[in-house]
Design a protein around this ligand. Structure first.
Ligand SMILES: [Mn+2]
Length: 305
């Protein structure tokens, strides 16, 4: 049988968030057994750990410019992997890195004659502020804005025309902390948001079916950007920005299992793990378990592709 490859790399960036502890996320995820678990659990898949992408010499530039420089490195890496038919699994680090990871894969898909892929974005937030609308100034809240064509200083340059995604093929899952300016952007762009409240009311299965119908209607390959703060802080305290009323771990894993079984994944981001706010490695272990569930379910799809 043919072998597929998944390459993991870390992006120890914290400057895009409100705290800098997420820069230790990649190390923390590896210490929780990420690489060993995937190697043991994924059959017919070669799992490689490429180590971390590292930006040299940060001081002296703005946070947005620095975040954009990190994302530019990430973009080069995911673009090269996608061109070679390899699935990048990107471990953060703060969520600003998704600007680069998604733009890289999207540009590689366009280059190969495919449309921009759909993107499923798990997050307590919608990360769709610009530098004008943001209340916090944090670049990790602007990645989705740059990717969908809003003008964000420095980050939009990383995305470029070929890295841009289609707003009507982007879906947010589990959002529950949306700034007023973000609400305006979501409506302007026509982006679908399934809030955590809707998920609790309607049930995860119904919502996942609706979300997959938008990001991958004919089982086309798509991208997953997974911010662990989508899970309730009671179960995932180790994040930058805790927001209550989140998903529970079982709901989350069930959703990921269905996503993995639906279509081949082009990219997985796993971001915002902050060991400085974690409790007994609970969040790191949950993140590793989530990735394991997702990718085990995706193996059959990858081998079919
Ligand atoms: Mn996020």
């Amino acid at each position: 049988m043919e072998t597929r490859e998944i390459h993991i790399f870390g992006v120890p960036i914290g400057i895009g968030g409100g705290q800098t502890g997420t820069s230790h996320g990649p190390r923390h995820a590896r210490e929780a057994g990420l690489v060993e678990m995937l190697r043991a659990q994924l059959e017919h898949v070669l799992v490689k750990d490429l180590g971390d992408v590292v930006l040299e010499g940060e001081p002296g530039r703005s946070r947005l410019q620095t975040a954009a420089e990190w994302s530019s490195l990430v973009r080069d890496q995911t673009c090269t992997l996608a061109r070679n038919g390899i699935m990048p699994v990107v471990i953060g680090g703060d969520h600003s890195l998704a600007t680069g990871s998604i733009a890289g894969v999207t540009s590689a898909r366009r280059e190969a004659g495919h449309p921009a892929p759909g993107v499923l974005w798990f997050d307590a937030h919608t990360d769709i502020n610009t530098h004008e609308s943001t209340p916090s100034g944090n670049p990790h809240g602007m990645s989705a804005a740059a990717l969908t064509g809003f003008d964000v200083e420095h980050l939009s340059t990383v995305v470029g025309a070929d890295g841009r995604i289609e707003p009507d093929r982007l879906v947010f899952m589990g959002a529950r902390d949306i700034d007023p300016g973000e609400q305006v952007h979501l409506e302007q762009a026509g982006i679908t948001v399934f809030s955590s409240e809707q998920i609790h009311d309607e049930g995860i299965d119904s919502i996942i079916s609706q979300a997959l119908e938008i990001v991958s209607p004919d089982h086309e390959p798509f991208c997953l950007s997974f911010d662990i703060d989508v899970v309730d802080p009671e179960h995932a305290p180790g994040v930058d920005t805790r927001v209550s009323e989140g998903l529970d771990p079982e709901q989350t894993k069930h959703a990921l299992e269905r996503i993995g079984a639906h279509a081949p994944l082009l990219l997985v981001d796993a971001v915002e793990l902050n060991p400085e706010t974690d409790r007994d490695n609970q969040t790191a272990q949950l993140l590793v378990a989530c990735l394991n569930t997702l990718l085990r379910a995706n193996v059959g799809q990858l081998l079919k592709d």
